[in-house]
Design a protein around this ligand. Structure first.
Ligand code: OVV
Length: 397
């Protein structure tokens, strides 16, 4: 029995109108079948929960070492030296992942919770004085840009470069379109800055970066590799948490009944954030590459196929999530794919949760109401679903 051929679709995920409003694309992708071939980019795309889960968790057939964006590292030169944890497969991956697992361990993150909480209180107290503000720069960016580089052990000056670098990293996963070119225009300043910040001399004695450098003493990585792993933290840790916190505020401002539930029950802080992740999927899609001829759900996948794995589509699949298009703080969406799944699942998810839980806990205690004070504006980005602007008004509890 021969495996069936995957049908073509000319839908354009990387069109700016789609990137800023991806849901209709996700819905059509799921409706068209388990896999489609996006003819404009000559890549496969997957968006139903089950197949996205299958492909994302099978690192042997669907490798990361050929890049997790549209560029196949086997055929084209990557824009930067590949990540030694994201863009590698076992056994190389196992060694570097071990170092990051230790640096970002639950114990290490637990020690930061009081600081996160104090910073969230100070910030939200200030914002309550103002009342109406843009929640993207003033809260969603301000909070992680303070606490995360502090936790990594990065010096205070030049932190605005972190957002510019994140924009490059995430946009670089897509095609050579306007968002990618706009982000890449900052490379001459931002790339050298990042590389300097990752060096052993540049980091503080007690952060995640210092723990990574301890891996040198333990003989797990060399000093250059340790610097590369600090770069991974700076690549993956900023825009993602900015987006998670911004999207949480958007969900709560647009669903006041759900904010009321959260205000009434502190035990909903954690599940509410998981629901934000499921509902909004900060990382919309990452690729894998088939390293052999294979099949999924009876469909033939040739060796070398790039597969765009639409985490955002899987997280809204009605066959997995009843009332998928409703934001419900009490849903407890176990198995959502916003952090990925399998050996490459988000290594920083404990930090992401600690940051967002600090913000949501302080909000529910101090803020009575959150409402839109203007139209939310989404930012086109080739692999993230993120806000550019979110005008809100908050009132004191
Ligand atoms: C965008 C991203 C996600 C995860 C890891 C990395 C980057 C990395 O640079 O290692």
């Amino acid at each position: 029995m021969s495996d069936a051929t995957i049908a073509d679709w000319d839908g354009d995920f990387f069109d700016e109108a789609v990137l800023t409003n991806p849901e209709p694309f996700y819905a059509e992708l799921r409706a068209r079948g388990p896999l489609v071939r996006l003819s404009r980019y000559d890549v496969l795309a997957v968006g139903r929960y089950q197949e996205t889960y299958t492909i994302f968790s099978d690192w042997k057939r669907f490798v990361s070492s050929r890049g997790v964006g549209l560029t196949d590292f086997k055929k084209e030169k990557p824009w930067r030296q590949p990540s030694i944890v994201l863009e590698v497969d076992p056994p190389e991956h196992t060694r570097t992942r071990t170092v990051l697992n230790r640096a970002l361990s639950p114990g290490a993150v637990n020690r930061l919770k009081d600081t996160f909480r104090a910073e969230a209180e100070a910030l939200i107290d200030r914002l309550l004085e103002v009342g109406t503000f843009d929640a993207v720069p003033d809260l969603a960016e301000a909070f992680p840009l303070k606490v995360f580089p502090d936790a990594v052990g990065i010096s205070p000056e030049g932190r605005e470069n972190l957002l510019l670098y994140g924009s490059m990293v995430f946009n670089a996963l897509g095609p050579d379109n306007a968002p990618r070119r706009a982000a890449m225009a900052h490379a001459p300043v931002v790339v050298p800055w990042i590389n300097q910040r990752c060096a052993r001399e540049a980091i503080t004695a007690d952060g995640f970066a210092a723990t990574i450098y301890q891996g040198v003493e333990r003989g797990e990585v060399n000093e250059v590799e340790a610097g590369m792993l600090v770069r991974s933290l700076l690549s993956a840790g900023v825009d993602t948490t900015v987006t998670g916190i911004g999207s949480a505020l958007w969900c709560l401002a647009t669903n006041p009944d759900q904010y009321a539930l959260l205000r009434a029950d502190a035990s909903l802080v954690r599940p509410a954030f998981e629901e934000v992740l499921r509902f909004t999927s900060p990382v919309s899609a990452f690729c894998r590459t088939a390293n052999q001829d294979t099949e999924v759900s009876g469909l033939f996948i040739p060796e070398g196929s790039k597969i765009l794995c639409m985490l955002g589509a899987a997280n809204l699949d009605e066959n997995k999530w009843p009332e998928a298009h409703r934001f419900k703080v009490a849903r407890k969406p176990t198995g959502h794919l916003a952090f990925g799944v399998g050996i490459h699942g988000c290594v920083g998810q404990t930090v992401a949760r600690a940051e967002s839980e600090a913000v949501l806990s302080v909000l529910r205690e101090k803020v009575a109401t959150i409402e839109l004070a203007g139209e939310p504006v989404w930012q086109a980005n080739n692999s993230m679903h993120l806000l550019k602007s979110l005008p809100i008004r908050i009132t004191r509890a």
